[in-house]
Ligand binder design. Structure first.
Ligand code: PFF
Length: 443
């Protein structure tokens, strides 16, 4: 389904699940999950992440879908239709989060494009892990190249949004997303049979509770929101195209399961490999891009696997980037009455402008700006660790306290009274408390 001004509806239940999973599964799972887990010491982080997904992630997915379906509107106007007052301001912050995220997402999308190009040229497999690291630095630190690939990825995303061909993309995603899962299973089998990989695996998944610091908590919370596309109005926008016949509870469970599972699988490929190759898990945002080519070097037909992997990753990244851009375009169309074309062009220009300092953060502008954080790190931190959880906090309070009587009626058919109460309790108390406590530990 393409999102347009008239209120269309998702053709089928599966169509919506695929679109939501397409948005959720992307660079977050394969690029972000392994390096954030590597930076935070592994098992303990994983435990906190899954705790956050189970305790608040699934409920917030449901909350955002309900907000969209009940209002039949996107972020700001959803709050306006259901309550009004100052609530629409929450939606504006959510759109700001989308804007910041998409402007660094296209940079990493650009790296993926660069790696696909070099895989197609047969030059992605390195002789050593040092060479892999050197190549990554060469790709990202060259300003012309970094900006050109960022622009290339943004142009692909824009072409889908402006051309309104989401329907076509969705049709492809029915084949390509399962293909990505299967490829990841093959990669996992290869990596786990490398010498020392199992020790690496055990090292990473054994929880060491002494490692749970404030930083681990906030990174796990941020990754929960990022990997499930929560807290930024995106699920609300997709939910606004749902009809009463859709089962929201099971959809939330599917999205949460597939998104967190794909992150876990990526981590189970990258981190044991890092261990087996004697590399550094604390590498930061380059970890996946440095490690994967070394893994392909250990496989028969490594070149072919490399092309398949980067092509599928590019596709997964594209479906997520399209949803990010759609979220902002939908807001401008709903609230400012802009045409799709005007909104798409102006927003792409604004995204490109902000993507430049992000792209240059790994080369000419790599000097830290705040503490040890570069421009890219700051954007990532503000959007993922602050704005998204803040958006989730507001949605939880809104559903749990402000419009609960309406929500209960909406849920009556799908959920028995006990689960309704559990859901309310999570929204009204648990989610706000968890988010507040994690923020507090980081002050
Ligand atoms: N969940 C996406 C990923 O993990 O790659 C990123 C994302 C997409 C976040 C869409 C937010 C969003 F609205």
């Amino acid at each position: 389904m393409s999102i347009s001004t008239e209120r269309a509806a998702w053709g089928s239940r599966l169509g919506f699940i695929f679109a939501a999973v397409g948005s959720a599964v992307g660079l977050g799972a394969i690029w972000k999950f392994p390096y954030v887990m590597g930076q935070n010491g592994g098992g303990a982080f994983l435990l906190v992440y899954f705790g956050c997904v189970m305790l608040i992630g699934i409920a917030l997915l449901l909350a955002e879908m309900l907000l969209g379906r009940m209002s039949q509107r996107t972020a700001t106007s959803a709050f306006r239709v259901l309550k009004g007052g100052a609530w629409p301001i929450v939606g504006m912050f959510q759109v700001l989060a989308l804007y910041i995220i998409v402007s660094f997402y296209v940079v990493v999308g650009g790296w993926t494009l660069a790696y696909l190009v070099s895989a197609l040229g047969g030059s992605v497999i390195p002789d050593s892990s040092d060479q892999a690291a050197g190549r990554f630095t060469a790709v990202i630190s060259n300003p012309t190249q970094a900006i050109a690939y960022t622009l290339g990825f943004l142009a692909l995303t824009a072409a889908v949004v402006i051309g309104g061909v989401e329907k076509g993309i969705e049709r492809f995603s029915k084949f390509l997303m399962p293909a990505l899962f299967i490829l990841m299973l093959i990669l996992m089998a290869r990596v786990l049979t490398l010498p020392n990989a199992i020790e690496g695996l055990l090292y990473y998944i054994t929880p060491d509770f002494s490692k749970i610091t404030g930083q681990v908590l906030i990174d796990a919370l941020g990754l929960t929101f990022f990997s499930l596309s929560l807290g930024c109005g995106m699920i609300v926008a997709y939910g606004s195209y749902l009809t009463q016949s859709h089962r929201l509870v099971s959809t939330s469970l599917w999205v949460a399961l597939l998104a967190s599972l794909s992150g876990l699988m990526a981590a189970l490929i990258i981190l044991p490999a890092v261990f087996a190759f004697g590399m550094n898990p604390n590498e930061g945002p380059g970890l996946t891009f440095i490690t994967m080519p070394v893994i392909f070097g250990q496989m028969p037909f490594g070149d072919v696997f490399a092309v398949a992997f980067f092509a599928l990753l590019l596709f997964a990244a594209l479906t997520s980037a399209v949803s990010l851009l759609e979220g902002i375009v939908g807001y401008c169309m709903d609230d400012w009455r802009w045409s799709r074309a005007k909104a798409s062009w102006l927003i792409c220009a604004a995204v490109f402008a902000l993507s430049i300092p992000n792209a240059l953060s790994f080369g000419v502008w790599s000097a830290p700006l705040l503490g040890d954080k570069t421009f890219f790190d700051i954007m990532d931190y503000v959007a993922v660790n602050i704005l998204m959880p803040a958006g989730g906090f507001a949605v939880a309070v809104f559903i749990g306290w402000v419009i609960w009587p309406k929500v209960r009626i909406e849920l009556a058919e799908e959920c028995n009274p006990l689960w309704q109460q559990v859901f309310r309790w999570i929204c009204a108390v648990l989610a706000p408390v968890v988010i507040a406590v994690i923020w507090y530990t980081n002050l």
